[in-house]
Ligand binder design. Structure first.
Ligand code: GDP
Ligand code: MG
Length: 435
């Protein structure tokens, strides 16, 4: 599918060619393909239609920019608009110093309970005192599931009783908070397989009692087309304030995110990227925009056109220092604390790292995610990681192809440096001679 889209977008580039202004016909031709790409990414039909109309309006008569071709200008416009539609900048939920109550809602299986656990871990690590509330009054198993997660995270959990009324839950929560101070209460609610009036009433009642400061809809990225409807109904019935999109580690392209965000207008705060408690990341509209259009490499083309001096990556002979080693080293270094300072101690390191490469905890996590998305074969022999594999790894780890390119380049540079260091301090001091 990625390949097919790549070809389509390449077609646009060829067809539109180099012109100084975009004509109506050119824009129409390009937009047909963009609409198809959106639909293939599971963006809702109406959302795709509106989106294309909006971009077309901006595109016609647009000056072709600098070193870009007409097609690239269109793609850039589409990409920018897609980022805008997905919310522009990455946003975080509002967090007051005290009295935060967050309400998690969504269909059964969307990932509410898992995300509740992830949020607890995330905010606990930021120094918050988190309490989880297991508010599924029908399924004891669901409450137990949250209790297990709470234990893993190390936060308390308040479980409602079977058939408990919202008033009773409110009273018990107040009671609890009198004896144990908590500044962030996250309430995991019941779900149904489909939208269900009785459930909506129940959620609305509990919401009225608890006055949550955030009501977060958890949407499964794999639900595709249905995401629009789910988001609309939940927003109508329980006034959402934000969204969390889960299972972005799967095959889904992210169309559900675009649909849910564009129908509700609420920010997408987080993306779920694995089943584990650590699998939660801030939602980055720019990354998902690239993923929706499956055009990581087309955007790369644009980047290269803009920075003409950026040379294509060289493929070098495989050395001993493979990506598996890099991953192991990073994980070890991570345990050792502030990394930037440590790396600066290694001679030549600051020069070896690519421009703009900041070594921080987040960066390490991203590199970890990217390498983790590779097969063992790829880690051992990065030479085989061609365009198609890069796309797969990028999609699998929630990154762009450029991110993968940067990682591979960095690895090459580190490998060279390792060789250099080895020459100076080879095993037994005779490293120099050995060929
Ligand atoms: P709930 O019914 O909405 O509470 O959904 P759960 O939290 O029980 O999650 C349903 C299933 O989806 C479980 O198997 C989770 O492990 C899985 N899941 C949740 N979030 C993610 C995610 O971001 N990535 C992946 N791969 N699986 C997830
Ligand atoms: Mg649940």
């Amino acid at each position: 599918m990625f390949e097919a889209l790549g070809n389509k977008l390449q077609d646009i580039l060829d067809r539109v060619g180099r012109e100084s202004k975009l004509t109506d016909a050119q824009v129409k031709a390009a937009m047909r393909e963009i609409r198809m790409a959106l639909l293939e990414a599971d963006v809702n039909f109406n959302v795709a239609k509106d989106f294309v109309a909006k971009v077309s309006e901006k595109a016609v008569g647009q000056e072709v920019q600098g070193s870009l071709t007409g097609g690239q200008t269109v793609v850039k416009l589409v990409h920018d608009e897609l980022i805008e539609t997905l919310g522009g900048e990455s946003k975080q939920p509002t967090l007051k110093t005290d009295g935060n109550v967050w309400f998690m809602v969504g269909l059964q299986g969307a990932g509410k309970t898992t995300s509740t656990g992830k949020l607890a871990a995330f905010y606990k690590s930021k120094g918050r005192r988190v309490l989880l509330v297991a508010a599924d009054t029908q399924r004891p198993a669901a409450r137990d599931q949250l209790e297990v997660l709470a234990k893993q995270v190390g936060v308390p959990v308040l479980k409602v009783n079977d058939g408990e009324t919202p008033q009773e839950t409110r009273r018990r929560l107040d009671e609890y908070l009198k004896t144990d101070y908590r500044d962030l209460v996250i309430v995991d609610t019941a779900g149904r397989l489909q939208i269900d009036e009785a459930l909506m009433d129940q959620l609305a009642d509990l919401q009225t009692e608890l006055h949550p400061s955030e009501t977060l809809l958890v949407v499964d990225a794999m639900t595709g087309q249905e995401a629009l409807n789910v988001a609309r109904v939940f927003d109508e019935r329980v006034n959402l304030s934000g969204l969390i999109i889960t299972k972005m580690d799967g095959d889904a392209r992210g169309g559900a995110a675009l649909s849910a965000r564009s129908v509700t207008g609420h920010p997408i705060y987080f993306a779920g990227t694995s089943e584990k408690l650590t699998g939660l990341e801030p939602f980055y509209p720019d990354r998902v925009a690239g993923r929706i259009l499956g055009m990581g490499d087309v955007l790369g083309l644009i980047e290269r056109a803009q920075q003409a001096d950026l040379k294509a990556m060289e493929v070098k002979k495989p050395g001993d220092f493979d990506l598996e080693d890099l991953l192991l080293q990073l994980r070890q270094i991570r345990k050792m604390g502030p990394l930037g300072d440590l790396l600066k101690l290694i001679p030549g390191m600051s020069r070896a790292l690519p421009e703009g490469f900041n070594v921080d905890e987040k960066q390490i996590q991203r590199i970890d995610a990217m390498i983790s998305s590779m097969t063992v074969k790829e880690r051992r022999n990065p030479k085989i990681i061609d365009g198609r594999r890069r796309k797969r790894i990028a999609a699998g780890s929630g990154h762009t192809v450029q991110d993968i390119n940067r990682l591979l380049k960095m690895h090459e540079q580190m490998k060279d440096m390792m060789k250099m260091l080895q020459r100076f301090s080879g095993p037994g001091g005779k490293g120099m001679g050995k060929g």
